[in-house]
Ligand binder design. Structure first.
Ligand code: NAD
Length: 422
C-alpha cells in the first residue's frame, strides 16, 4: 500500500508509529472523508472497483451500499476480519505488523461511510506481535482524537476494540466470526440475511478483510480513477501477492493487480530453487484449484484466474515442485480442512475426515483403483451448494484439480502399492 510498487515486503522493517504515519500523509484521508457525506464515500469506493481481498473478491462499495442508511438502525458495526488462517497466506499479518495505523484509518473511514459507531478487529490468535502493535496503535489513535467521541471535532463517534480469536479457521467465515464475537459456538449462519442487514447482535454489520480496508485511505486520497489505473488486467488497484514453496526467494510483493504468474514466480521470487522444477501452484491459498505450466502467462486477476479454472483467492501462491508427492501434498491440506471443519453440517463433518482417510491410504500404498472414483464423488458431494459454508467446497478445489492434473501420480501409488517419492 504505502510501499513502492514491486518492492519486496520485509517483515524485518520497523513498524510505523503514529508520528511516522502522519509524516507520510497518514490520517489526511480521514480528514477529507469526514468532510464528505457517507454516501459519497461509498460511491467513491464502489466506483474504484475495489474487490474484497479476503479471497471472495466481492465489490467492496457495493457491499457497503446494502447497509440501511435510513436512520432506523441506530446501532451498526464495522469489523476488520484479521483472522488470517488460509494456508500459505500471511499478507494481512505483514500489513498489521508493518503499519497498523493504515488499517485503523481505513476502518474509521469505512465505519463513517456506513455510520457505524462501534468497530472490532477480529485477530487471529497466533498473531501475537500484530496484537501488541495494534493495541498500541489504537491507544495512539484515541489519544490523537482519531477515535472515541467527537472525532476531529466533527461530532462523529467511533469506538474500536481488538478481539483475539482462539485459532479456528472457521472464524474467518464472516457469519461464524459474528457468532464467535457474540460468545457463541463459531458455526456459520445461513445467508441471507447477509450481515450488511442483520449481522452482529442482529444489527447491520460490514465485515471486510484487512487488506481491503488498508486500500480505503488511498482511494479517498487519490480517487477511484487513480486506483483503477493501477491494475493491469481486468481488476483495479494493487494486490499483495505472495509465493511460498521451493522458490529462490519466497515472500510478499505489492504489485499491480493482474501481473502474470510467470512474473510473480520468476521476477519476484527469483524462479524455482536450484534442482527443483515447477509442477503446479495453488494461486490463492489452499482452497483454490491447481494451475499448471500452461497457465504461467495468465493474469492473476479474479476473472482470468477463474477462466483458467481456479480462483485468485488470497493471491498468495503455494508452489508444488517435482520433489514433492502431490498425493502427500493434498493429503496434508485435507488433514488441515478436516481438522478445521466446525462440524455444523454433515457433508463437511463426515466427508472431510473420510476424504483424508482415503488419501492417507493411497499415500501409504494401500489404495484401491476404485478410490479415485470415490474421491471424485466426494468432490461433488462436498462441493458448492451441498454444504453450509465455503469450507468444504474450498477443500475440494485442490483435490479435484490434483485428480485432473496429477492423476498418474495417484495411479502410480495404487499400482506400485507405495509412494514413489519415498
Ligand atoms: P462469499 O462470496 O459468500 O461472500 C463474500 C462477501 O460478499 C461476504 O462479505 C458476503 O456477505 C458478501 N456477499 C456475497 N454475496 C452477497 C449477496 N448476494 N448480497 C450481499 N452480500 C453478498 O464468500 P465467503 O464465504 O464470505 O468467503 C469465501 C472466501 O474466503 C473464499 O474465496 C476463500 O478464498 C476465502 N478465505 C480466506 C481466508 C483468509 O485467511 N483470508 C480463509 C478462508 C477462506
Amino acid at each position: 500500500m504505502e510501499t513502492p510498487l514491486t518492492q519486496h515486503i520485509s517483515f524485518d522493517r520497523p513498524c510505523y508509529n503514529l508520528r511516522d504515519y502522519e509524516k507520510n500523509g497518514g490520517y489526511q484521508a480521514l480528514r477529507k472523508a469526514l468532510s464528505l457525506s457517507p454516501e459519497s464515500i461509498t460511491n467513491t469506493v464502489q466506483a474504484s472497483d475495489l474487490k474484497g481481498r479476503g479471497g471472495a473478491g466481492f465489490n467492496t462499495g457495493m457491499k457497503w451500499s446494502f447497509v440501511p442508511m435510513n436512520g432506523h438502525y441506530p446501532v451498526k458495526y464495522l469489523i476488520a476480519n484479521a483472522d488470517e488462517m488460509e494456508p500459505g497466506t500471511f499478507k494481512d499479518r505483514m500489513l498489521m505488523e508493518g503499519n497498523p495505523h493504515q488499517l485503523i484509518e481505513g476502518m474509521i473511514i469505512s465505519a463513517f461511510a456506513i455510520q457505524a459507531n462501534i468497530s472490532y478487529i477480529f485477530l487471529r490468535w497466533a498473531y501475537k506481535k500484530a496484537g501488541r502493535l495494534l493495541t498500541h496503535a489504537i491507544e495512539e489513535a484515541y489519544a490523537a482524537g482519531y477515535l472515541g467521541k467527537n472525532i476531529l471535532g466533527t461530532g462523529y463517534n467511533l469506538e474500536m476494540y481488538l478481539h483475539t480469536g482462539v485459532g479456528r479457521y472457521i472464524c474467518g467465515e464472516e457469519t461464524a466470526l459474528l457468532n464467535a464475537l457474540e460468545g457463541k459456538r463459531a458455526t456459520p449462519r445461513a445467508k441471507p440475511p447477509f450481515p450488511q442487514v442483520s449481522g452482529l447482535f442482529g444489527k447491520p454489520t460490514i465485515v471486510n478483510n484487512v487488506e481491503t480496508l488498508c486500500n480505503i485511505p488511498h482511494i479517498i486520497n487519490n480517487g477511484p480513477d487513480w486506483f483503477k489505473s493501477l491494475g493491469k488486467g481486468n481488476d483495479a488497484g494493487t494486490k499483495i501477492y505472495g509465493v511460498s514453496g521451493r522458490v529462490k526467494r519466497p515472500g510478499l510483493w505489492e504489485l499491480p493487480m493482474g501481473v502474470s504468474m510467470r512474473e510473480l514466480i520468476e521476477d519476484c521470487a527469483g524462479g524455482m530453487a536450484n534442482g527443483y522444477r515447477f509442477r503446479g501452484a495453488l494461486p490463492g491459498g489452499a482452497s483454490t484449484d491447481f494451475l499448471v505450466e500452461e497457465h504461467l502467462d495468465i493474469h492473476l486477476d479474479y476473472k482470468s484466474v477463474a477462466a483458467a479454472g481456479s480462483r485468485l483467492g488470497t493471491g498468495t501462491m503455494i508452489i508444488l515442485d517435482d520433489h514433492t508427492c502431490p498425493v502427500g501434498f493434498v493429503h496434508n491440506l485435507e488433514h488441515f480442512f478436516a481438522q478445521e471443519s466446525c462440524g455444523w453440517c454433515t457433508p463437511c463433518r463426515e466427508g472431510l475426515p473420510w476424504t483424508e482417510k482415503i488419501l492417507l491410504s493411497i499415500e501409504r500404498g494401500e489404495g484401491r483403483p476404485e478410490d479415485l472414483q470415490l474421491l471424485e464423488t466426494h468432490t461433488r458431494l462436498l462441493g458448492p451448494g451441498n454444504t453450509f459454508c465455503a469450507l468444504a467446497p474450498g477443500a475440494m478445489e485442490p483435490l479435484q484439480s490434483a485428480l485432473k492434473y496429477f492423476r498418474e501420480d495417484f495411479e502410480k501409488h495404487i499400482d506400485q502399492k507405495k509412494c514413489p517419492w519415498r
